[in-house]
Write a protein that binds this ligand. Structure first.
Ligand SMILES: NC(=O)c1ccc[n+]([C@@H]2O[C@H](COP(=O)([O-])OP(=O)(O)OC[C@H]3O[C@@H](n4cnc5c(N)ncnc54)[C@H](O)[C@@H]3O)[C@@H](O)[C@H]2O)c1
Length: 372
């Protein structure tokens, strides 16, 4: 069942290991020395309160310096970065040290950011424990933390040379987190179907309670993760720092999603839930602009509804007074503007395409999100 895939981020190889069990610490260290071609110094394990229990699966009877963060998006702030840097200093890590991030996208984004600035760049290994982390967050070198109420306002590009995705970690994943990861998986299937991910997702029982004990479900999820990693890996190889037209495609649904997350308060809506809602809005924008064929938009929306995502407008939490205005302000501040211009990614006949906000009639986006 184990699969390995390497993609190159701007000349730096990232080796991804999708495997049944957790990697043991000896294995991680040996693999890291192999990929970095240099002897390893001190190691720091970073996790959150929900993923700490998995440390034992990696460490066995061994002890390692560790930094345990509070869980969830609300902890994705500078104080957590400082806590990681402080723990690294306390543990005596040098530039030859290794940060191991054990957790979902929150832990991996923060650990990778801290590793990228610690002594101008230390070793990094990510052990991903959420579906979202596996299919998206750990692949592609983006790191960061939330600042001034904006998601990932500060960050760096710092790809992990070594990434593990142990399926065992998903056994204890709460259903809401499965759903969150499914949102990013559906997004990946919409933007690139060369791997057959779209059909595979449609063949899964919709909204089905994940049953990792079931061999067929296990095989399907493994295949989905492998396909999503390959798709994202290829996109990142083609356009590592989102300076071209490739990587921006990954933002399908995200312009709406980030504004929603910011407007209702970070952590109130899971990232995948917001992306799913955002993809339906992107289809509606695409209809209005004559870019998204109706039958394609309907198929995307139906797959999203099948997983029981909130697709209504206005989003229930946006009904509170002042939230629509907050949404529009967050949109304006979206950092994915290029040359000061806001971009939306919408589905087209095959794949997706970018549309600049200036090509969109005034008031259309507001009507779409308010359902007016
Ligand atoms: N860097 C990127 O390219 C990129 C891409 C997409 C998303 N992200 C970021 O990823 C984050 C979302 O990732 P996420 O959904 O993994 O969130 P998360 O890391 O906050 O995890 C969600 C919840 O699940 C818990 N958890 C994690 N693994 C578990 C397990 N195996 N069993 C039980 N509980 C577990 C966590 O403690 C947390 O409470 C966001 O901050 C987002 O900005 C980054």
């Amino acid at each position: 069942m184990n699969q390995e895939y390497t993609f190159i981020f701007d000349k730096t190889p990232s080796r991804v290991r999708i495997q049944e069990h957790f990697p043991l610490i000896e294995r991680i260290c040996a693999d890291f020395e192999q990929v970095s071609r240099s002897p390893l110094g001190q190691v720091l394990l970073v996790c959150d309160e929900h993923t700490e229990y998995m440390a034992q699966d990696i460490l066995g009877m061994q002890e390692l310096p560790r930094c345990v963060l509070p869980p969830g998006e609300t902890a994705k702030h500078w104080m957590s970065v400082e806590a990681i840097l402080g723990a690294a200093k306390e543990a005596g890590l040098g530039r030859d040290g290794l940060f191991i991030g054990l957790g979902g996208g929150m832990v991996s984004d923060l650990t990778a950011f801290a590793a990228s600035i610690y002594m101008r760049g230390a070793g990094l290994c990510l052990v991903s424990t959420t579906l979202l982390g596996m299919v998206d967050a750990t692949v592609g070198g983006k790191t960061g933390f939330d600042l001034f109420g904006m998601k990932n306002l500060a960050g760096t590009f710092y790809p992990a040379p070594l990434i593990y995705m142990p399926l065992d970690s998903l056994l204890g994943l709460p259903e809401a987190e499965w759903k969150s990861g499914m949102g990013e998986l559906i997004k990946t299937a919409v933007l690139d179907d060369t791997e057959g991910l779209w059909e595979r997702l449609r063949s899964l029982p919709p909204g089905g309670k994940p049953n990792l004990k079931d061999r067929v479900f296990q095989d399907n999820i493994l295949a989905c993760i492998v396909q999503a990693v390959r798709i994202k890996g290829r996109i990142v190889e083609a356009d590592p720092k989102e300076t071209g037209e490739e990587r921006v495609r990954l933002n399908l649904g995200h312009t709406f999603a980030h504004a929603l997350e910011s407007a209702v308060g970070l952590g109130q809506v899971s990232h995948g839930e917001a992306v799913a809602w955002g993809m339906v809005r992107a289809c509606e924008l695409g209809y209005a602009l004559g870019i998204t064929p109706r039958d394609r938009g309907r198929a995307i929306t139906s797959l999203i509804k099948g997983w029981a995502y909130e697709t209504r407008v206005p989003y229930p939490l946006l009904e509170e007074p002042g939230k629509t205005e907050a949404f529009m302000r967050a949109l304006e501040g979206d950092k994915k503007k290029k040359a000061g211009k806001l971009r939306f990614i919408v589905p087209c006949t095959q794949g997706v395409q970018a549309v600049f906000a200036e090509a969109i009639e005034a008031g259309l986006v507001e009507r779409i999100i308010s359902g007016a």
